[in-house]
Design a protein around this ligand. Structure first.
Ligand SMILES: NC(=O)c1ccc[n+]([C@@H]2O[C@H](COP(=O)([O-])OP(=O)(O)OC[C@H]3O[C@@H](n4cnc5c(N)ncnc54)[C@H](O)[C@@H]3O)[C@@H](O)[C@H]2O)c1
Length: 272
């Protein structure tokens, strides 16, 4: 990552949902290191200890908005903050997401709807809300504004007892292709691509592994980390910064000819 901190996003404004932890936070940090101004959203109250700690570390170029991605009124409010503070938006990362595990016959309809609301409605609402601003701001950028929707390798291949997550991430993958074609055909200066991470060391993964332990699939979360690492061709899990590198590429003019594509960063998992 020789270009880290190269200021290649100077003058750009980026929005990242779910930006207080994991992959989202790594994207925020990378965008800031590249000179962008960043608005991040998450569920935490603005005056919560965690939000205050993260925002203090990020500094003045970052703005926090408490917003639940499932609520359209929260997206509207977030959009007003972006317009008031910056008047433009070049990069949208729909990153907020959650998981759901269990045998399909044990999944409550309510739990199914919850994951669809966060992982699918949340991406749709983010795109819907920001398209007018992205289309306007995208005229300033080679290749146009960039939407990066965070899917998963689970949006490409099936996995045992994660069928609602598989379904939600598959929907993100195809929604992204749909909007990419729509924008291109209408000559709107917006690109849209999906990101497909493999296993990444984040709070989401750790909490998911703890649930598998609680169900008796393993004695300790570390056993699951070791198992996933052994099943990954490169022999380890990813660091969130390694995903942020891919998101930075999709956000930058280096990917100006990419739209409707899938960027897989999975240590070779889906190549097997
Ligand atoms: N960690 C992995 O191994 C992995 C693999 C593939 C894909 N992903 C995807 O990457 C994205 C980020 O995952 P992560 O591992 O960094 O997770 P994480 O739990 O560490 O971070 C996700 C953030 O999203 C926020 N969030 C959750 N629901 C929200 C809502 N309704 N509104 C606003 N914010 C909300 C959380 O509070 C959290 O801060 C997710 O879409 C996830 O599905 C993760």
């Amino acid at each position: 990552m020789s270009d880290l901190g190269s200021q290649r996003l100077q003058g750009r404004v980026a929005f990242v949902s779910g930006g207080l932890r994991g992959i989202g936070l790594a994207c925020v940090e990378r965008f800031l290191a590249e000179g962008a101004e960043v608005i991040l959203s998450d569920l935490d109250a603005s005056d919560s200890d965690h939000a205050r700690m993260v925002m203090a570390q990020l500094g003045q170029a970052a703005t926090y908005v408490q917003a639940n991605v499932t609520r359209e009124e929260d997206w509207q409010r977030a959009c007003e903050v972006v317009i008031q503070r910056h008047g433009k938006l070049h990069i949208l990362v729909n990153n907020a997401g959650t998981d759901q595990t269990g045998a399909v016959e044990t999944i409550d309809l309510e739990a199914w709807r919850r994951i669809m609301a966060i992982n699918v409605d949340g991406v749709f609402l983010g795109v819907k809300t920001f398209v007018p601003l992205l289309a306007e701001s995208g005229r300033e950028v080679k290749g146009g504004a960039s939407i990066i929707n965070v899917s998963s390798i689970m949006g490409l291949v099936g996995f045992n007892e994660v069928s609602p997550y598989n379904a939600s991430k598959g929907a993100v993958r195809m929604f992204t292709k749909g909007i990419a074609i729509e924008f291109a055909q209408k000559k709107m200066p917006i690109r849209a691509n999906s990101l497909h991470p493999g296993f990444v060391t984040t709070p989401l993964l750790n909490e998911g592994f703890q649930r598998w332990v609680d169900k008796g699939f393993a004695a300790r979360p570390q056993d699951l980390v070791d198992m996933m690492a052994a099943q990954t061709p490169v022999g380890r899990l990813a660091d969130p910064a390694e995903l942020a590198s891919g998101v930075f590429f999709l956000a930058s003019e280096d990917s100006s000819y990419m739209t409707g594509a899938e960027l897989v960063i999975d240590g070779g998992w889906t190549a097997q």
